[in-house]
Write a protein that binds this ligand. Structure first.
Ligand code: GLP
Length: 241
């Protein structure tokens, strides 16, 4: 695992957007694994800036989302699909139809997970962006998730619902209880994993995932199993290393 400590999130965003630009020079059409939350935002900002300067095009590329809430009404502004539409699709030339995510509104959630998992693996993600929860989760794989898991239905912990309440008017009860998430094995199938973490609130999770034992209790420690994992952190998030 490679750990890169940057002075601030904007520098980290530029660095990772640069890796995406390099992939596009190599392949012209790429498969990106997109994450939501505040951690990947500097990457999306820099990708959008490069696109605006005419330096980068995702027109022929595809993207897959890591996870999705279950049961939000279609078009809900905090569905991860809507977040990615706003933060990525609307600011770049990645076609909306080229972005797929787990279908949290499916009537048969199990079948939706099975299909999604097969589609993601068949597509072959070149670069998967990841944030990390304060409890060490990746995607919505909460502590205790099997390191061999595929896309499936999960129940959020009280901690994650509290952490994500800021997107739902500050009320943890307004955060859906259930989610669909790519499994840890699905995530590990990507060719390059890039985990981003900013700020002191992430310091414990970063120390545990980089230097702690490989354990299902810290799902992000699964990055230790991957031949090409990069952890990009600012000084505050690196404080426990
Ligand atoms: C959510 C998402 C994760 C994300 C995590 C951290 O729970 N499902 O994919 O990594 O939050 O969010 P943030 O980047 O806002 O700290």
């Amino acid at each position: 695992m490679e750990v890169v400590i940057v002075p601030d999130a904007a520098t980290g965003g530029r660095l990772v957007a640069g890796a995406v630009a390099a992939l596009l020079r190599e392949h012209s059409s790429i498969v990106l694994g997109l994450a939501t939350g505040s951690s990947p935002a500097p990457v999306y900002d820099d990708l959008a800036a490069r696109h605006q300067r005419g330096e980068l095009s995702l027109a022929g590329s595809r993207a897959f989302l890591l996870d999705e809430y279950v049961g939000l009404p279609p078009g809900h502004p905090e569905s991860y699909r809507a977040v990615i539409e706003r933060e990525v699709v609307a600011r770049l030339d990645l076609p909306g139809a080229a972005v797929r995510g787990p279908d949290g509104g499916a009537t048969d959630l199990e079948a939706a997970c099975r299909d999604y998992d097969a589609t993601v693996r068949a597509a072959g993600v070149h670069l998967q962006l990841l944030g990390v929860g304060t409890d060490g989760h990746i995607g919505f794989n909460e502590p205790g998730s099997s390191l061999g898991s595929s896309t499936r239905l999960k129940t959020l912990t009280a901690q994650t619902r509290r952490d994500n309440a800021r997107f739902f008017g500050g009320d943890p009860e307004a955060v859906p209880r259930h989610v669909l998430t790519q499994g840890i094995a699905t995530i590990l199938a990507a060719r390059h994993l890039v985990l981003l973490a900013w700020g002191e609130a992430k310091a414990d999770a970063v120390a545990a995932l980089v230097e702690g034992p490989l354990t299902a209790m810290v799902p992000a420690s699964a990055l230790q199993l991957h031949p090409r994992a990069t952890v990009v952190v600012d000084e505050a998030a690196a404080a426990g290393l």
